[in-house]
Design a protein around this ligand. Structure first.
Ligand code: UD1
Length: 422
């Protein structure tokens, strides 16, 4: 397996262009199942999760081709039906494969899906998705590791009240209800920008969706959807990671192709820490000008502090003099990076869903292992700031979510390289 070697201590300086958002591109890719017309998606990030999804859609019966950052999808034989079974080998690789359910249920009235996989960050059940499909008229059973979902008639619009604003469930219900008969209302919907991006795509296809980006989304079902061209929004999680990279290395980084509004919660916190931030319409300058102050955070659903930045925030706070508390409120097991950060010399104590961090003066490079995508980013950030050599293993997790990570960091002046192990 490949490894990343970092010789830490270099201040990052320069410009980095942020890629398209993984968490937007994935649901948009699944939306291509809703039409037989040609589709073009641009600004798609070069990531393992995208390749997995492209293979998945090709298996189901679409013809999906990726060329650089552009993906085209077609239905070559309009009389041939999609497959309705999503097997273990494809589904286990990424959590987002659960988004196969909405479109296939809408178009084939049935889908058998192996229970999903993804990051090792908690139980990640799919009860919110399934309860909502039931409201739309689906019958559901679980047999032999498969969730079997079936509807005799076309899905029927309904009022759905989520017990929690799940991102994936909001997307799945949008993907199903857009072709349902009548009106669907989702109360307590997720408000993440990626939901807005998906709703924009569905509306370009001829859907009638209002309220995306608020906690109440209304979907007027339509009979047919059409082709579209769409540019994926910038990845706010990747962007936040580079801003923290500037902070942790006491550097100066300009991020290009970002939507600063999507990063408000993180940048506001960093300004309180003492980092200099200057924004234009689509760039952010992040510059270390003085010793930073600690800032405690609680992860929340959007527009709160993102759980996907919690690990990277922890790496930064470990090197700031004083006490920081971090509370993880979205996932129940998202502190796998703590033990690895301790290898650098971090002083962290876990108490249930909170960690207590006492800032240390410096990190020393160490061999560390990635447990999940964002934990991996935190370890790379720690390695960039540490004295000496850090070896990061199991980096396939990073390849799932960070486009050409070490290349972008190298361009900013990091001493970082990938070792290919055959
Ligand atoms: C998406 C993001 C992920 C991010 C997360 C929260 C994608 C591909 N992934 O994941 O990067 O960390 O949002 O911002 O977009 N839950 C249930 N039952 C359900 C569904 C979810 O209990 O049916 C729980 C989960 O276990 C978790 C919490 O709700 O504790 C949040 O999950 P959800 O918002 O669904 O996240 P994902 O869509 O999986």
């Amino acid at each position: 397996m490949d490894k990343i070697i970092i010789c830490g201590g270099n201040k990052l300086k320069g410009e980095v262009t942020i890629s398209g958002a993984k968490n937007s591109a994935l649901p948009i890719l699944f939306s291509t199942l809703l039409t037989d017309e040609p589709v073009t998606i641009t600004n798609v990030p070069p990531l393992a999760d995208i390749n997995t999804t492209v293979s998945f859609l090709n298996f189901i019966g679409k013809t999906v081709v990726k060329k650089g950052n552009t993906i085209t999808a077609r239905t070559l034989d309009k009389h041939k039906q999609y497959k309705h079974t999503a097997p273990y080998d494809l589904v286990r690789k990424i959590r987002a494969s659960v988004l196969i359910m909405g479109p296939l249920l809408a178009r084939l009235k049935r889908v058998d899906m192996s229970l999903p996989g993804g990051c090792a960050i908690g139980a990640r059940p799919i009860d919110i998705h399934l309860n909502a499909f039931k409201k739309l008229g689906a019958e559901i059973s679980v047999e032999g590791g498969y969730v079997k979902t079936f509807t005799k008639d076309r899905l029927q619009g309904a009022v759905i009240n989520f017990r929690f604003p799940s991102v994936g469930a909001t997307e799945n219900i949008l993907l199903a209800a857009v072709l349902a008969k009548g009106k669907t209302t989702i109360n307590n919907a997720a408000r993440e920008p990626e939901i807005g991006d998906l709703a924009n795509v569905l509306n370009k296809m001829g859907g009638k969706i209002t309220g995306a980006g608020t906690n109440k989304i209304a979907i007027d079902g339509v009979d047919k959807l059409y082709g579209f061209t769409h540019e994926v929004i910038p990845d706010r999680i990747e962007a936040a990671t580079y801003i923290i990279a500037a902070a942790i290395t006491k550097g100066e980084v300009i991020l290009k192709k970002v939507i600063p509004q999507h990063l408000k919660f993180v940048t506001d916190k960093l300004i309180k820490c003492g980092l200099f931030i200057k924004e234009t319409e689509n760039t952010i300058l992040a510059k270390w000008v003085k010793n930073l102050k600690p800032q405690s955070i609680k992860t929340e659903v959007y527009p709160g502090f993102p759980t996907d930045i919690q690990a990277q925030w922890m790496a930064l706070m470990c090197l700031i003099s004083g006490h920081t508390y971090i509370q993880e409120n979205v996932f129940e097991n998202r502190f796998l990076h703590v033990a690895e950060l301790q290898r650098f010399g971090a002083d962290i104590t876990i108490d249930g869903k909170t960690v207590d961090i006492k800032g240390v003066e410096k990190f020393s490079g160490a061999p560390v292992m990635v447990s999940d995508l964002r934990a991996g980013a935190a370890l790379v950030l720690a390695g960039l700031a540490a004295d000496g050599k850090t070896t990061v293993s199991r980096i396939y997790h990073l390849d799932r979510g960070y486009a050409v990570f070490e290349k972008k960091l190298k361009k900013l002046g990091a001493k970082i390289k990938r070792i290919h192990n055959k």
